[in-house]
Each structure stands twice: as structure tokens, then as C-alpha cells.
Design a protein around this ligand. Structure first.
Ligand SMILES: [Zn+2]
Length: 411
């Protein structure tokens, strides 16, 4: 499906620009006009991470005139295995700031607009409205559905990519010409079912494969050449080194782009994806474990450290029963960082019911994972089984590394 160019040409290029972009200008399908369209284009890249890194670098090199970068995270050491727009000296800096500097070194003719915010329902439409298309480099379902819905509402192309371990997927969702993300993935998976790259890992170079396709699709849409990935979903397996193309269709019953849409404005995507269960922080051990709304009691890393070292109990309480600490992560994660004394019982064992029989019901149980999502699920299962003193470590082992044991690696 050939589509008209998304962007009108800019004013004529300078001699310096023509020299810089000569290899583009030489391609008949791009030419001087195409390069002027790129100069006039405004592309928003959401996430300056694994996918955003190659996309940003190539879009800047290609001469996309205005590149927006949305990211409110800072660069961490564990990002550098794949997020090639950042370097060692950038650890601790805002990713948007680091990306801005990298892009300036690649192509100072490009204007970089930083959005040092978390994109959400309150700001998404306003931010995206200023751009011609969105390159989605996000790593979580709430933001992905948010970007989809915002792009549908604004009529913009949503150049999407997704990666996990050796597997990548990419497509261009554009409700004006084909399906949107929700047409193909109407519901998010249950929270915790699909592990994130932070939990399950990702082959670093896979980001280059998928992110560079996203950049190529952006260039094609801007210039109006070739067949964009509208209505096609590319599925890549880096182990087999295979690329499969699935045809995907618009769903007339789609909640956002269908004939009778029920989503006509941005909603609460944390809620939609079920990733913001209400929680109660700081409940003392021995109190009613689960509130009536099904929330899980939390314990902070410092409180856990005090309990493990016996500092938790008041002097007149006598010896408190020893807390059982349970780690529900996988063995690879535990090999990176573990809290001493934690018992390894995988989340799957909670889901299957096996874990319940392995835990004492007469001692307090604290469950932890990486960031506190999976441990809440496990805690909820144990509470439902009748355990009266279960808590989830708020912020997971990342909080433990931050607040208690700085010698462990954060990942
Ligand atoms: Zn749709």
C-alpha cells in the first residue's frame, strides 16, 4: 500500500545540507524533495532506551528536522548493554539530556526537543499533537495503549516495536489506513503474565534490528515511498534469524478506532492494564493482612532490614517470630543480586498452588521480587490461602539495593 508523503518539503537545502545528505539525494525515490520533507518532519520518539537509541541516532543522521524525545528516566549502568545512544559518562544523567547531546554530535542541524516527563493521559495529546508521527520505544503496556489511543484520536501513525529476549515485533498502526494496536491486541495481558525485559532479559543487538526498522518506517512515511508496515506485523526471531510477516486487519468492533468506539478520550492506562492495585504501605505485622479492597500490605526495605536483624520488635514484646523472606524471581535474576537468607520459591509455584504448602502459616512472611509487582501477586495468593501475616517488599530488591545494601548490583 503506497501512501502519500506525510510531510511537505522544507525550503531548499543549503550546500552543506546537500553534501551531508548526498547519499539520500542520489536515491531517485528520495531525491532533493524527499530530503526536504525529512528536514520539515517532526518525529516524536517515546523512550530513549533500547528501541529509541537506534531510532534516534538514525533519524538524526537522516536529517529529520525536529526530533522530540520523551523520557524521564536516568541512565543506569545496566542500560548500556543495548541503549547505544548513551555512554559511560552519561550514567546518572537524564536519558533525554544524554540523547540530546549524542544527537547533536551526530547531526547538529537537527533540532532536539526534550520532554523530560512521563507521558500520561494528562499530557499525551498535547505532546503528540506537535509531531507528524510517533516512534514507540516504550517497554510497558500502559504507555503502549496510551500512545495507540492518542495516535488514533489525533490521526497520527504509531510506529511500534516490542522486544523480549530474542524475539521482536514491529508494525505501523495507523487507524486512517489500517488497524490500530488495539484492533490486534484488544486487551493487555494480565499483569505479571508477560515478563518485562527488566525481569526476563533482552539480547542487546535485537534493539538495533527492531529500532532501525522503526526508523526506516518513519522515513518511508515522511517521504511517501514504498509499502509501509500498515496492516502488517513483522515477527523476528533472532535465534532462527527469521522474519515472518503477518497480515493484520482493522477490527470494526475496536474500542478506539471501530465503528462504534467506546474509548473517545484517553483513559487511566495503569488501571486499564491492571498494574496499579491499591496498596497499603507500612502496616505493622500482625494486623489484618488484606484490606477489604484486596490490597496487599507492604514493608519497606529498611523495615525488612530491621526485622531480619531483630531490631523490629519493641523491647517488651519478647522474641518476635522469625520472618520468612521469600524471593519469587527466576534463578537468573537471583544470580545477579539476592538478599541473604531469602528462600527461592518462583512465582509460578504460587500460581500453581505448590508454594502454599511450603510456607509456615505461624510465622510472618515477606515476599520480594525485583520491583514489587510479582511479589504482590504472590502475596495475594498466600493471603487468599488464609495466611494472616504476609507482606510484599515495596520496590522489591531495587529498593533494598538503594536503601540497605549498596554493594549489590541494581538491574
Ligand atoms: Zn483499532
Amino acid at each position: 500500500m503506497a501512501l502519500a508523503p506525510l510531510v511537505a518539503p522544507s525550503a531548499p537545502l543549503s550546500a552543506q545540507e546537500i553534501e551531508r545528505y548526498a547519499r539520500h539525494v542520489l536515491i531517485p525515490d528520495v531525491g532533493m524533495q524527499g530530503q526536504r520533507r525529512l528536514k520539515n518532519a517532526r518525529v516524536l520518539v517515546v523512550g530513549a532506551g533500547g528501541l529509541g537509541s537506534p531510532a534516534l541516532i538514525y533519524l538524526a543522521a537522516a536529517g529529520v528536522g525536529t526530533i522530540g524525545v520523551v523520557d524521564d528516566d536516568v541512565v543506569e549502568l545496566s542500560n548500556l548493554q543495548r541503549q547505544v545512544v548513551h555512554g559511560v559518562a552519561d550514567v546518572g544523567r537524564l536519558k533525554s539530556e544524554s540523547a540530546e547531546q549524542s544527537l547533536a554530535s551526530v547531526n547538529p542541524l537537527v533540532r532536539v526537543v526534550r520532554h523530560d516527563v512521563r507521558i500520561d493521559s494528562a499530557n499525551a495529546l498535547e505532546i503528540i499533537a506537535g509531531y507528524d508521527l510517533v516512534v514507540d520505544g516504550t517497554d510497558n503496556f500502559p504507555t503502549r495503549y496510551l500512545l495507540n489511543d492518542a495516535c488514533v484520536l489525533l490521526g497520527k501513525p504509531h510506529v511500534w516495536g516490542s522486544i523480549f529476549r530474542f524475539d521482536g515485533q514491529t508494525s505501523v498502526w495507523w487507524a486512517l489506513h489500517g488497524p490500530c494496536y488495539r484492533c490486534v491486541f484488544p486487551e493487555p495481558p494480565p499483569p505479571g503474565l508477560v515478563p518485562s525485559c527488566a525481569e526476563g532479559g533482552v539480547l542487546g543487538v535485537l534493539c538495533a534490528a527492531i529500532g532501525s526498522i522503526q526508523a526506516a518506517e518513519a522515513v518511508k512515511l515522511i517521504v511517501g515511498i514504498g509499502d509501509p508496515l500498515v496492516g502488517r506485523l513483522m515477527v523476528h526471531d533472532a535465534l532462527r534469524q527469521s522474519w515472518d510477516v503477518l497480515t493484520v486487519h482493522r477490527n470494526p468492533d475496536c474500542a478506539v478506532c471501530g465503528d462504534n468506539p467506546t474509548v473517545t478520550e484517553l483513559v487511566d492506562y495503569q488501571d486499564f492494564c491492571g498494574v496499579s492495585p491499591p496498596t497499603v504501605a507500612g502496616m505493622p505485622a500482625g494486623s489484618v493482612p488484606a484490606a477489604a479492597d484486596g490490597s496487599v500490605p507492604l514493608i519497606t526495605a529498611q523495615e525488612l532490614a530491621d526485622q531480619l536483624s531483630g531490631k523490629g520488635a519493641a523491647p517488651d514484646e519478647g522474641a518476635a517470630p522469625e520472618v520468612v523472606l521469600v524471593d519469587v524471581r527466576g534463578s537468573e535474576e537471583r544470580s545477579i543480586a539476592s538478599i541473604p537468607g531469602a528462600r527461592a520459591i518462583h512465582l509460578d509455584a504460587f500460581r500453581s498452588g505448590e508454594a502454599v504448602a511450603k510456607l509456615p502459616f505461624d510465622r510472618p512472611v515477606v515476599i520480594h521480587c525485583r520491583s514489587g509487582i510479582r511479589s504482590e501477586e504472590a502475596a495475594r495468593i498466600l493471603i487468599a490461602a488464609g495466611h494472616l501475616d504476609v507482606r510484599s517488599l515495596e520496590g522489591g530488591i531495587l529498593a533494598w539495593v538503594r536503601e540497605v545494601d549498596h554493594t549489590l548490583p541494581a538491574y
